[in-house]
Write a protein that binds this ligand. Sequence first.
Ligand SMILES: [Zn+2]
Length: 182
Amino acid sequence: MLPIVCLDAGHGGKDPGAVGNGLLEKDITLDIALRLKEKLSEFNMILTRTKDEYVPLSERAAIANEAKVALFISLHINASANDKANGFEVFHHPNSVSGGLLASLVHKAVLPVSSLKDRGVKANGGLYVLRTTNAPSILVELGFVSNEDDASLLKADKWKDKVVEAMASGIKNYCKERGLSK
Ligand SMILES: [Zn+2]
C-alpha cells in the first residue's frame, strides 16, 4: 500500500490565523495544501480540511492518527507585531528523529527557491499537532503576512507553484530515505 501523507492547512472558518497586508493565513494555507496535494499524486493523500471550515487541533491530530498516516505536514504562515520580521522556518518535535529529518529535507528543498530569509529548522515540544500526531510531523511557517516583502511573494501564483514543487521534492526525498517509496 502507498504511504499516506496528511496535509494540514492551518486555521480555517471562524479562525483566520494571521492577518496582514490584505492576506488571511487560512486562505494561503488551504491554497498551498491543495497545490501540494496535486504534486504528491503518487501517495495516498489526506487533508485535514479541503475548504474554508473550522477544524479544532484535536480533530486534526485524530484524523491523522486514525488514518495511520506515514507523515503529517502542517502548513502555516507567520505574523508579527514587528513588520520587519520575516522568513521561513520549519518545526519538528524534539523527540522525533524522523520528524527532524523530514524538517531538514523540506527546509533544504524550499529555502533556495523561496526568496525568504532563513529562520532555520527548529525543535519545539510545545506545538500541539507535533505533540499529538503519531507520525513523523513538521510544521512549516512559510513567510510572514505582516511583512510587506513576504506578503508580496505570498500573493504570487508563480511563487506558490515554485515553493510547492520544492516542498513536494523535500517530502519525496524523505520518503526515499525512509524506504517509503521508490
Ligand atoms: Zn498558523
